[in-house]
Design a protein around this ligand. Structure first.
Ligand code: GLY
Length: 375
C-alpha cells in the first residue's frame, strides 16, 4: 500500500465533502452534531470559552493549506475573531489555550504573518505561563469559582498546550515561556507517566508547598486505570516537547507511553475509552485513535531502529480502522468520525466530536506530506 497516496485520496474525498459543510456551517464553532448529523454551535457567550473551540478552525486551515480554497480561510478567520470574546474573559482562560489559539491564530500567523494573530498568541501564552505553580513546577489546569479549590490540579492533556509556550519564546526571543514548558514537561513525566507507560489523567498537588499529593481517574474509568485519550495526549505531547527541545528524557517518555499503546491497541484497531474497561463494553473513542496516530507518526520520525517501524505500523492500523469502519463521507452529514466518547463516566458514548475529525485530518496530512504543522 502506498500510504501517502492512500491519505491523499482520502483527503480529496474529505475536501469534496467539506466544501459543502464549510459553506453551510461558516458561522458555527461546532463541538458535536445533532440528530441529522449537522454541527451544533458553541459561539454563544455561555459556550465561547469551551476548550474545543479551536479545532474546527484548525481543520479549516489544514484544508485551506492543502487546496488553497479561500472559503475555508474565510470561515477560519470568522472563528478566530469570535474567540476574541474568550481572550477578554479571565474566567474562561484556562490551560487549554494551546488547543484554542495554536489552531486558529497560530495557523493564521504561520500562513499570513497577521500581527493581530501574533497578538492573540502572545496574550494567550502569557496567560498560560501565568498558570504555572512555581513550587509544584506544574501548570494549573482548570479554574474554580474563586475559592482555590482547583488550584492544585494538573492534567496530562496540558502537554498539548506547551507548544504555545515554545512558540511564544520563538516570537519574543524570551526564554521564560520555554523554561516554564520544560519545567512542566519534566515534572509531568514523573508525576503522570507510570513505569509501564500508562498515565494518570489528573495529578493533585498542594498549591502552597507544591508537593504532589495523589492522582485521580478523571475522564478515565478510575484511579490507576488508563484513559485512552489521556495516553494519546502523553504520546503526542511528550513527542512534541522532544521536537521543540531535543531533550532526550521527553523522547524516552514518549516512547514509554507509545509502548503501552502498542501493547494495548485491540485487534480491531478501534480504541476503547479506557484500556482497563470491560471488553464486553462497546464504548469507543475515535479521538484517542486519531491523536495516538498523530503522535506515533511524529514519534516514528525521531525514534530509532525497529521502534520507528512499529510506531508507524501502529499508526496505520489505527487510521485504516477509522477510515474503514468509522468514517462518514456523506456530504449531508457534518462529521467525519462517528464513535467518540468525552469521558468514561458519561451517559453518552460513540458519537461524533470535532477534535477526532481534526486529528484524523492532521494525521492524513502528515502521511500525504502536506501538513500545516501547528504544534
Ligand atoms: N482535554 C480534555 C479532553 O481530552 O477531554
Amino acid at each position: 500500500m502506498n500510504e501517502s497516496l492512500w491519505a491523499e485520496e482520502l483527503l480529496a474525498k474529505i475536501d469534496e465533502k467539506y466544501r459543502h459543510v464549510a459553506a453551510r456551517s461558516a458561522d458555527k464553532i461546532p463541538y458535536t452534531t445533532g440528530k441529522a448529523g449537522r454541527f451544533d454551535d458553541w459561539s454563544s457567550p455561555d459556550k465561547i470559552c469551551w476548550w474545543t473551540n479551536g479545532f474546527w478552525g484548525g481543520l479549516l486551515w489544514q484544508l485551506y493549506h492543502r487546496s488553497g480554497d479561500e472559503a475555508y480561510k474565510a470561515a477560519a478567520l470568522v472563528i478566530e475573531e469570535k474567540l476574541d470574546e474568550n481572550l477578554m474573559r479571565a474566567d474562561g482562560m484556562d490551560h487549554d489555550s494551546g488547543f484554542k489559539w495554536l489552531l486558529t491564530s497560530g495557523a493564521n500567523y504561520q500562513l499570513t504573518k497577521s500581527e493581530a494573530s501574533k497578538n492573540r498568541l502572545l496574550l494567550a501564552a502569557n496567560n498560560l505561563a501565568g498558570r504555572f505553580n512555581l513550587k509544584a513546577g506544574l501548570i494549573r489546569a482548570w479554574n474554580d469559582p474563586g475559592d482555590g479549590s482547583n488550584a492544585g490540579l494538573a492534567i496530562i492533556d496540558c502537554m498539548m498546550n506547551l507548544p504555545l509556550l515554545y512558540l511564544a519564546s520563538d516570537l519574543t526571543k524570551d526564554p521564560r515561556f520555554t523554561q516554564i514548558a520544560v519545567c512542566h514537561a519534566g515534572r509531568a513525566k514523573d508525576a503522570f507517566v507510570r513505569k509501564d507507560g500508562s498515565v494518570n489523567h489528573i495529578v493533585t498537588f498542594d498549591p502552597a508547598s507544591g508537593a504532589v499529593t495523589g492522582s485521580l481517574g478523571g475522564q478515565g474509568m478510575q484511579e490507576g486505570s488508563c484513559w485512552s485519550r489521556g495516553l494519546s495526549w502523553a504520546v503526542y505531547g511528550f513527542t512534541l516537547s522532544y521536537l521543540h527541545t531535543k531533550m532526550k528524557p521527553f523522547l524516552d517518555t514518549a516512547c514509554r507511553a507509545a509502548d503501552y499503546a502498542l501493547a494495548h491497541i485491540p485487534e480491531s484497531g478501534l480504541l476503547p475509552v479506557d484500556y482497563a474497561q470491560d471488553p464486553a463494553l462497546d464504548w469507543e473513542d475515535d479521538c484517542a485513535g486519531a491523536i495516538t496516530a498523530c503522535g506515533l507518526l511524529d514519534l516514528s520520525k525521531v525514534c530509532e531502529g525497529e521502534k520507528a517501524g512499529s510506531c508507524r505500523a501502529a499508526a496505520m492500523k489505527l487510521l485504516i480502522a477509522l477510515a474503514d469502519k468509522r468514517l462518514s463521507l456523506d456530504p449531508d452529514t457534518d462529521y467525519l468520525l462517528s464513535h467518540c466518547s468525552a469521558a468514561y463516566h458519561e451517559e453518552r458514548h460513540n458519537y461524533p466530536i470535532v477534535y477526532a475529525d481534526y486529528y484524523f485530518v492532521e494525521a492524513l496530512m502528515k502521511l500525504a506530506d502536506k501538513e500545516l504543522f501547528l504544534w
